[in-house]
Every structure is written in structure tokens, then in C-alpha cells.
Design a protein around this ligand. Sequence first.
Ligand SMILES: *Cc1c(COP(=O)(O)O)cnc(C)c1O
Length: 395
Amino acid sequence: MTAKINRMKADERGFYGEFGGAFIPEMLHKNIQDLQERYEGIVSQESFQKRFKDLLKTYSGRPTPLTYAASISEELGANVYLKREDLNHTGAHKINNAIGQALLAMEMGKTRIIAETGAGQHGVATATVCALLDLECIVYMGSKDIERQSPNVRRMKMLGAEVRAVYSGSQTLKDATNEAIRDWINHPESTHYLIGSTVGPHPYPEMVAAFQSIISEETLKQLGEIKADSVIACVGGGSNAAGAFFHFVEDESVELIAVEASGYGLETDKTAASATLGTAGILHGSKTLLLQTKDGQIEEAHSISAGLDYPGIGPMHAHLVKSDRVKIMTATDTEALEAAKWMARKEGIIPALETAHAIAALKKITFKPNQNIVLCLSGRGDKDMQTYAQYLDNE
Ligand SMILES: *Cc1c(COP(=O)(O)O)cnc(C)c1O
């Protein structure tokens, strides 16, 4: 397969249109080159695919159901199907990628996994898979995030991972990323850097999208004779959206909608709407759309949802949006909270705050009668109960 059959794949230079690439320090060239040269060969092996699919099935509980949301569909006058990534082990889609990359790391002879995490969700998924596969696991986390996300810190420790606090800079995700990169430079032989979204230098975005593509692979099968008209997903770095869009992207008759967090609102400076408001620049090793000042300082993002609170969007999505294949929409903090309540009361499903942004978009779209919509329900809301409880109390 040499022909480029899917826009979710980068070109030979690691780019999606003008976005992507691998902008990395000299000291990382060997690690990245190794990964670029070896990952496709390993991942395409039948034995690898079998192990990957086996774990997705017997460990994570896949295939996740496709649920027809009857009450919401009736209210909207359209057919809404929920792809239930919330029913995965650890409560979100992130485990799909963590399993894939951990198996890849083992094939490459690595015994040690490092990761960085902001909210802790990716850290928990990584720690889980490392416990399962007996890999050493170190998770870098800003000291501010450690305070804010203590339940997830406890989970990672319970699972046997070492959580290393980062006290430099703003003591958040950006600084944790720098520390993880430093670690990788110092341990190039033993260590795999497990990145949690479709971000970072090539081949990470392509690799993460491929591991998450199981989402749309199953959706297509589960829809059977039903033709999807629209697929909707929330987007932080872009991994659940990439997985949900993957097998639909070449079918132009399917509308793809990515929903990003606009925080307090697009007109404020407290937002995470990097595709809508961002400009081209380099963040975490790739060229993409990001929130920055005129002189190129990365701006701090804001979203009520920790998983969407990121100043950039993955390069593949930057390209899909700029080339008009993916339509971008936004939802504010308040719209997301309201949408989560709506979903909980109508369908008996408490979604993650990230997912709630995609749900909020449902209320803003004018649907054709009986239009078929697939919404990627990326995760469950247990982790967000404190925020939800406060919102209900203040009503
Ligand atoms: C992390 C997370 C997201 C955002 O990450 P993407 O890579 O954009 O998918 C969305 N939903 C849930 C439930 C998450 O945990």
C-alpha cells in the first residue's frame, strides 16, 4: 500500500498540507527516526494486530456499543447514535491508543514508558496498560495539576506508576511535556514516550489516529444499512475525533464536525478555540494552529474541561479544517454544563465534560428531518462530578 488512501495519513515528509512535521531538538532525532522507520512495519504485522485487537476486546471491553438516543432524537427531529467510548476500561477512548503504543514499545524492545499528563486521564490510561504489560511507568505532571487532580494521581500510584512533579514554569502540562522530552533524550535506548493525542512530531499524530481508528471501524459495522450523514466529536488534541472520523473521511457525503471549547466565549481571552482563533506556529514538535500573541508567545488556554484546555489542535485536524473537510464548531463552558445535564436526564448517561462540548453542538445545528448523526461519546463523567455538582447547586 504505497498510495495515499486516507487524509489521516501524513505525506512522506510527515505533513498534512502545511501542518505537521517533526520540529524537535537535535538530540531527539534518533528516537524519532527510529519510530518513523519502524512503527508502520510493526503495526501492520498480523501478529501485532491480533494482540492489539485481543486486548481491546478482552481487556477494554470492545466493541463499545452504538446506542440510539431515542429521547434526544425525538426532541431534535433527527436520529442520534452515540458511540459509547465511555464504556471502555478506565472510562474513555484514551486506552485504545495506550494499548497500541505500549505493544509497539515492547516490539521495539523498550522496557520503560514515560508520559506527561495534564488532567491525569492519559496518565491513568498509560499507568493501567503498563501495569497490565509489566512495563515501568513514569508520568510527568505539573505540580499545580497534581494538586488539582488528586484522584487521578492516586489512581496512577495505585497502579504502580511513579508520578514525577514538575515545579518549573507554569507548573502545568506544558512544563511536564518539557520534562518528559528531557527524560527521553537521557534514556533513548530503554524508553518509549507515550503521547496521548494526535499531537507531537511525526509519526505520533498518524500513529495515534491509526490506533483510534477502531472507533469508526466499529461504528461503520454497527450502522449496517444506516447511512451516517454527520459525525460529531469534541476536539482537544484531536484523538477521539480522528478515530471517529477515520473511516468516513474519504466519503465526502458524510459531514464531519469537530467541536472545540470556547471557554468563557470566543470574544474573551479565556478560550481554548485554537482552530477558530489560532494562527500557524510550532507547538510540541509540529506545525499547527495555536493560540499565540502577535510575536509568537503561546497563550494560556482556558476551558472548564481539563481535556480540552490546550492552546493547540493536532496538525491533521488543522489541515482538515483549513481544507474544509471538517467543519469546526465551538461550545462554551456553560453550554457544555447544560448539555451534560440534558444528556444525563434524557438518556441516563453522564458524559465527560469534554464530550459535553460535542453534545452542546447538537443543539446549535439545524438538522434535516431524519438526518442520521453519530456522536462520539468520548468518555464518562465520573471524574467531573464535583464540577457538575457545583453547577447544579448554583442553579
Ligand atoms: C482527553 C479527552 C478528550 C480530548 O482529547 P482528544 O485527543 O481531543 O480526544 C476528549 N474526551 C475525553 C473523555 C478525554 O478524556
